[in-house]
Each structure stands twice: as C-alpha cells, then as structure tokens.
Design a protein. Structure first.
Length: 243
C-alpha cells in the first residue's frame, strides 16, 4: 500500500486538523478548500475506503469474508493525487474518482469499512500521512481514532434531509440519475451503519468544535473553521511548542 504522489509538501509548522461527520455533511468540499487556504496537505480518508470498496466490487469479493479482505489489503495500493480539477483517487493504478461516488459503492463502503483488516491498513496509511503535521484529514473517526491528539478537531454535520438533497444534487450534476427520496433514505441508512459498526463507529470527539451547516453556506462554514485554525496556529507558535 503506497501513497507516493503527495499533492504538496506539508507545512513545516502546521497543525493536524481533524474533520469528522456523517455522509453528505460537506466535509470533502470544506476540507479541500480549507487545506488549500492553509497550504496544508488534504487527505480524504473516506475516499480511501471507497477505493477499497471499488476493488471489492470489481473482484466480486464478499465484504463479510475477512480472509479475502485481509489478502486484498496485503498489497493494496491507494493513491490520492491533487489536480487542478480536484482530488483524483486511484486504486491499484486505476482512476476510480467517479466510480467511488456511485450509489453502489456508497452502499458497499460501510460494509467494507467494518472490516478490521481494511481499517488497520487504512489507519496505518492515514497516520503516516499526518505524522509531519500541516494536514487536514477528513473522515468519520479522525479525531477519535486516527488522530485523537489532533490540535484542531471539527465535527461537521447537517440534517439528514439537507445532506440527502446535497448528495442528490451532486449525483445529478455528475450525470447519475437517482431519486431524491431514495437518496435521503440512503443517507439515513449510512448514518445507522456508521454509528453502529463495531470498528471505530462514527462518534463526535469530546473536544471537537461542532459545526451544523444545515442553514450555512460553504463560505460561512469555511470562514468559521479557517479563523479557528489560524488562531490555534498563532497560539501554538507563541507557546514555542515544537511541531
């Protein structure tokens, strides 16, 4: 498993920013722009799990077959590459950027992510990527499992209805024809799967800043979060604590 195509070098004196929250909360959009504004590395951990789910689907593996998943993860390669058009996701060298957002993969991902073997493999890679600081990691268990010591933690959420509408619009814009009510129902199902799984369930960190974006614009959320991170940066630099 490798990640040898870093979009940019990590900041020499940057923080680890953890952004968690349920599906469709706007984490990817906000995290991408926040990392760009801060000059940080952006790591979409959800895309990593989706990429593994793509491989499971392509190879027709049973997501409940732990031995098969363990074998898959023994030599799996996931690459995240920043481009002018956005983040590109590769699984075993194949561009799966569009495929990972299809309803099929969205439904399969929580089943694959529940695998101890898959989580162990992804956890190792995610910790390696954030070890030097200057990174924004987004997912569902960054602040509780991957980086509980992160200097800044956010829990970004919105109502299930709003998140379903956002996902519906996103899929429609990509030419994927879906039903609005089914999309909202899928969001609720994903919430239940994420919260009830035995391996690192979706959970808000006790010290996370909660941001409910239901009635907020992307720019409003971004300003709020960026201001907080920059304030933490200043405080840490003044304290003289090494990064």
């Amino acid at each position: 498993m490798t990640h040898d195509k870093h979009p940019k070098a990590t900041s020499a004196r940057g923080l680890v920013v953890a952004i968690d929250g349920p599906a469709g909360a706007g984490k990817s959009t906000i995290s991408t722009r926040l990392a760009e504004n801060l000059g940080y590395l952006y790591v979409d951990t959800g895309a990593m799990y989706r990429a593994v789910a793509c491989l499971v689907a392509q190879r027709r593996l049973n997501p409940d077959d732990e031995e098969s998943l363990k074998k898959l993860c023994s030599d799996v390669r996931i690459d995240l590459v920043a481009t002018a058009a956005g983040l590109k996701v590769y699984a075993m060298g194949e561009d799966v950027t569009q495929q990972i957002r299809t309803p099929e993969i969205s439904k399969l991902t929580p089943l694959v992510a529940a695998s101890p073997a898959v989580r162990a493999a992804m956890l190792l890679l995610q910790r390696q990527l954030g070890a030097s600081g200057g990174v924004v990691l987004e997912g569902r268990d960054i602040g509780t499992v991957v980086f509980p010591e992160a200097q800044v933690k956010f829990f970004l959420s919105a109502s299930a209805e709003e998140r379903g509408r956002r996902r519906y619009t996103e899929l429609q814009q990509k030419g994927i024809n879906v039903d609005l009510h089914e999309t909202i129902a899928a969001v609720r199902e994903r919430d239940q799967a994420d919260m009830n799984r035995t391996q690192a369930p979706l959970k808000q960190a006790a010290d996370a800043v909660v941001v409910d974006s239901t009635r907020m614009t992307i720019d409003e959320v971004l300003v709020l979060m960026e201001d907080l991170v920059r304030a933490r940066e200043k405080n840490q630099n003044k304290s003289g604590i090494p990064e």
